[in-house]
Design a protein around this ligand. Structure first.
Ligand code: AOS
Ligand code: ZN
Length: 381
């Protein structure tokens, strides 16, 4: 339990805004209209869980005039501003790509956007610039796959050159969507090859929803940690595609296995620089409780993964005891840590049941009554 101390799970600002599918985005009473309101909602999650003292921003969705003031505003709520996420997927100019585009003017426009994000980071105190690209093609022959890779390397090098000493560039990969034939950063290998060419402060971001069904994600975690290139997680869960559902909801066992490899590989604890971030959308469920449930799921599976008897496991592995070794993993996975976690929370002045505490706080009814008028935040806002 002592090892649970200091766990930080970063919340995505966009999780508090409206989201949906290409069929419908549902509005909800109380949805934030501004980044300040998103931050206020994020503060509620931290208040009842003690797990989420950071909020990630998305530019331009969270653009403000004065980022130092925003940093102060967050600070007053007990939060720091975390990863800055760039956006090169919602401008007409990017129809055929951004950092990979054939036209140097479009590439420069995308590079300039990242420079703007770095300026924001300098004011917010953010350490990570996260790049996820929608770049890719829909049909064989549509683009020169190889040339696009070369242009990507060139654009990334220009962005990396602006990254400060205490900042990092993290490159996220995704095997499809919105492009359906090929994606320019489809897998961890491509992300690794690109960031390795940049330098020490360039890392891979692993979004758990960005893999083909059946992919052994914990193996990728182990490999990236081994290579010293696992920068951050975008945690969420999926049943089919990039569903962005609550982490641990679809496959808690997978989350346990991932966290076990994180711990095994040195990616957890005070000496680790791996950022645990959520990348989720709450399309039909309430957003603040959705985020509370998410951070609790990560904490719960972390506690179970920490409970693996690693000495016994190594002994079983070395003895070739297949079922014994597997039994040790399964024992930890099946151990119910909820009562212990409730006691852990209470000993820190936190509510034993954060979901219940938030429901009882009246905050949801208050924001529903107060936040009338204006435009609710959502994709593109
Ligand atoms: C998109 O599929 C990604 O998972 C991104 O991390 C994206 O940047 C995020 O959803 C916010 O736009
Ligand atoms: Zn993501």
């Amino acid at each position: 339990m002592a090892q649970l101390e200091g766990q930080v799970i970063e919340l995505p600002s966009w999780a508090f805004g409206n989201s949906g599918t290409r069929f419908k985005v549902f509005g909800t009473p109380g949805t934030p209209r501004t980044i300040q309101e998103k931050i206020s909602d994020a503060a509620q999650v931290h208040q009842v869980t003690g797990l989420s003292p950071k909020v990630a921003l998305h530019i331009p969705w969270d653009k403000v005039e004065d980022y130092s003031a925003l940093r102060e505003f967050a600070g007053d709520k007990g939060l720091a501003l975390g990863t800055v996420n760039s956006n090169t997927f919602q401008d007409d100019a990017y129809k055929f790509g951004s950092l990979t585009h054939l036209d140097p003017k479009v590439r420069q426009m995308a590079i300039d956007h990242h420079f703007e994000c770095i300026d924001v980071m300098n004011q917010t105190g953010s350490e990570d610039l996260k790049i996820w690209l929608a770049d890719g093609t829909n049909y064989p022959g549509q683009g020169d796959i190889r040339g696009r890779q070369d242009r990507l390397a060139d654009s990334l090098a220009k962005i990396y050159a602006r990254i400060g000493e205490n900042q990092r560039l993290v490159l996220e990969y995704k095997f499809f969507e919105p492009a359906f034939y090929h994606t320019d950063v489809p897998d961890w290998g491509t992300s690794y090859a690109q960031v390795a060419a940049l330098g020490d402060r360039a890392m891979v971001c692993l979004d758990t929803g960005h893999h083909a069904p059946g992919t052994n994600i914990e193996f990728i975690v182990a490999q990236l940690l081994r290579l010293g290139k696992l920068g951050s997680f975008d945690f969420n869960s999926r049943f089919y595609a990039d569903d962005d559902l609550i982490v641990g909801a679809a496959d808690p066992f997978q989350l346990f296995r991932i966290l076990y490899e994180v711990i095994r590989g040195g990616g957890y604890g005070p000496d680790s620089t791996v950022a645990f971030m959520l990348d989720q959308c709450h399309n039909v469920e309430e957003k603040i409780p959705g985020q509370i449930r998410s951070v609790l799921n990560v904490q719960e599976m972390t506690a179970r993964a920490l409970s693996v008897d690693r000495t016994a496991l190594t002994a079983a592995q070395e003895a070739g005891d297949v079922l014994g070794a597997n039994g040790i993993m399964m024992d930890a996975f099946y151990s119910d840590v909820r009562t212990d976690l409730a006691a852990w929370r209470e000993s820190r002045g936190l509510p034993a049941d954060p979901m219940k505490a938030f429901a009882a706080s009246g905050y949801q009814a208050k924001i529903a009554a107060d936040r009338v008028g204006g435009t609710q935040a959502g994709w593109g806002a």
